[in-house]
Write a protein that binds this ligand. Structure first.
Ligand code: ADP
Ligand code: MG
Length: 563
């Protein structure tokens, strides 16, 4: 009873396919990287499941990815003996996009192919990139551990529908055949494929094989093709830094992150001693479209003694570093470690603090040595980093030194002023770091609270991110100097005020005493207190909040949350 079902792609897939085919055309060869990346993941998953159930190997434990081609038929086949897929897996994985927020993402695309190519790249195109070069894709797959007759054929021309049909497959795993478009037959070529594998997939730890080419005239072509390994096939992070070219680090990044753009920076370290592990951590160059989605999986790829254990192990880095991608390979953890165990493991805690420091050091180094690159990083991820002081008490100072703000001395609206710069510029008699929090820069700059600071030429940081109020609540000082909100409480400018200023203020206070009392009586129900201020030099009056009251911004956030 072999029945063929026809399904419609999820609307988002249809849109993505259409856009991708047009905007990624100049980058079409990446389809091979994506398919090999998936095959390698499938092999990793099988090896992991087999740790608990040896039988899944089915007498075929030599895990590999094989690429074959047929020049005449214009096809390429990528075949793996990894985990495979069931009927339901196939429909879920190859018919929908599981990423939440996809619809919103797609609505942002402009129709401008260059810009869209960049965005789609960030989104990660994966399996669907096959349709850049193929007008028909056939997937035959059988899940490890299932009988041969439980295999499935998935087929589509990428035009909105796909079909699913039961079939037999004796070998475990997935075989994907691309029927190349007429003008893409160049890919059905041994030389071309070899080059692409070396270029994009050398870092893949499973062996990627192609049929042996027979050049000698006398050599007879064997019945069944012999295969040869094309890539290095050793886990990249186990190799020594000096032997790994930047391009390979970048390709490995793309494989583990499902990102399409290069990473901004990375840090590769082998740790031996009390703890024994290797880590390779990357800072992406672009924030993913779902950075703010709290349900999105985050974390590192975890290996134990080079065996893949899990994706998205979130126990190795704090939440405020959730944008970091990478792998950690431990020799201390057990092969049957679970998420629950990770949560309680002492070694994991120690690794977490060490990895956190590594990331902060990497960012610090970038800020120092490549300020332009760091600025780009800050523009993309600064808001996430600002969650740091609240979450990570121990590294508060280090995190804060990475912050960048706009200040009254900035000549543009870009956040480029670090707290260190601020402190360095402070006049000797200034003992606080002054800031103001507002909805936007225009509002901050127009604040009457700034008048006195302008007059005295004292720099004030202008904070306008939603998170700033909260952040400053957890960052009370930097480099031994208190952070002071210039709108809160009594403004004590301390030593910055001259003796003459103070004397003039005192006289003014005495003279205006009766007036103050009258205003106070009049406004009794509206305000807590009416005070004479020295903050203003031009405006006649302004509202100030008590030192311990909620800031303006925070009040708005609470109001918005219905509090
Ligand atoms: P991603 O790799 O980012 O998850 P893809 O679009 O590349 O997204 O692949 C979608 C899903 O299809 C994968 O997550 C996996 O579950 C499944 N898949 C794709 N290729 C294979 C394969 N060769 N073997 C098993 N499963 C696969
Ligand atoms: Mg993929």
């Amino acid at each position: 009873n072999v029945t063929k079902e026809t399904h419609s792609f999820q609307t988002e897939v249809k849109q993505l396919l259409h856009l991708m085919i047009h905007s990624l055309y100049s980058n079409k060869e990446i389809f091979l990287r994506e398919l090999i990346s998936n095959a390698s993941d499938a092999v990793d998953k099988l090896r992991f499941e087999a740790l608990a159930n040896d039988a899944l190997y089915e007498d075929d434990s030599d895990l590999r990815v094989r690429i074959t081609f047929d020049k005449d038929a214009k096809t390429i086949t990528i075949d793996d003996n990894g985990i495979g897929m069931t009927h339901d897996d196939v429909i879920n994985n190859l018919g929908t996009i599981a990423k939440s927020g996809t619809a919103e993402f797609l609505s942002k695309l402009s129709g401008d192919q260059k810009k869209d190519a960049h965005l789609i790249g960030q989104f990660g195109v994966g399996f669907y990139s096959s349709f850049i070069v193929a007008d028909k894709v056939t997937v035959v797959t059988r899940k490890a551990g299932q009988p041969a007759d439980q295999a499935v054929i998935w087929e589509s021309a990428g035009d909105g529908e796909f079909s699913v049909e039961a079939t037999e497959k004796t070998s475990r795993g997935t075989s994907i055949t691309l029927h190349l478009k007429n003008d893409q037959e160049e890919f059905a070529d041994g030389w071309r494929l070899r080059n692409l594998v070396r270029k994009y997939s050398d870092h893949i730890s499973v062996s990627v094989e192609l049929p042996k080419e027979h050049y000698g005239e006398e050599e007879e072509k064997p019945e069944a093709p012999e295969f040869e390994k094309i890539n290095t096939a050793t886990a990249l992070w186990t190799r020594s830094k000096a032997d790994i070219p930047d391009e390979e680090y970048q390709e490995f990044y793309k494989h583990i992150s499902h990102d399409f753009a290069d990473a901004a920076s990375w840090s590769h370290n082998k740790v031996e001693g009390k703890l024994d592990y290797t880590s390779l951590l990357y800072v992406p160059s672009k924030a993913p479209f779902d950075l703010w989605n709290r349900d999105v999986a985050r974390g590192l790829k975890l290996y134990v003694q080079r065996v893949f254990i899990m994706d998205d192990a979130e126990q190795f880095l704090p939440l405020y570093l959730r944008f970091i991608k990478g792998v950690v390979d431990s020799n201390d953890l057990s092969l049957n470690v679970s998420r629950e165990i990770l949560q309680k493991d002492q070694a994991v805690d120690s690794m977490k603090s060490a990895l956190t420091k590594r990331v902060l050091d990497m960012l610090e180094k970038m800020a120092k040595k490549e300020p332009e690159k760091y600025q780009q990083f800050w523009d993309e991820f600064g808001q996430v980093l600002k969650e740091g002081p609240a979450e990570d008490f121990a590294n508060k100072e280090k995190i804060a030194s990475l912050f960048r703000f706009v200040s009254t001395q900035s000549d543009s609206d870009k956040a480029t002023v670090g707290l260190k710069d601020y402190v360095e510029r402070m006049p000797a008699e200034q003992d606080k770091i002054y800031y103001i929090v507002a909805d936007n820069l225009a509002a901050a700059k127009a604040s009457p609270h700034l008048e006195i600071f302008r007059k005295k030429n004292i720099e004030v940081l202008l904070l306008t991110d939603r998170i700033d109020e909260w952040m400053t609540g957890h960052l009370s000082e930097f480099d031994g100097k208190k952070l002071a909100d210039i709108t809160k409480g009594d403004l004590d400018l301390g030593a910055i005020e001259s003796e003459d200023d103070k004397k003039a203020q005192k006289e003014a206070e005495e003279k205006l005493e009766p007036l103050l009392k009258r205003v106070k009586d009049l406004m009794q129900s509206e305000v807590q207190d009416v005070r004479l201020t020295h903050r203003l030099t031009e405006s006649p009056a302004c509202l100030a909040v008590g030192e311990h009251d909620m800031g303006e911004q925070m009040r708005k956030i609470m109001e918005a949350a219905g509090q």
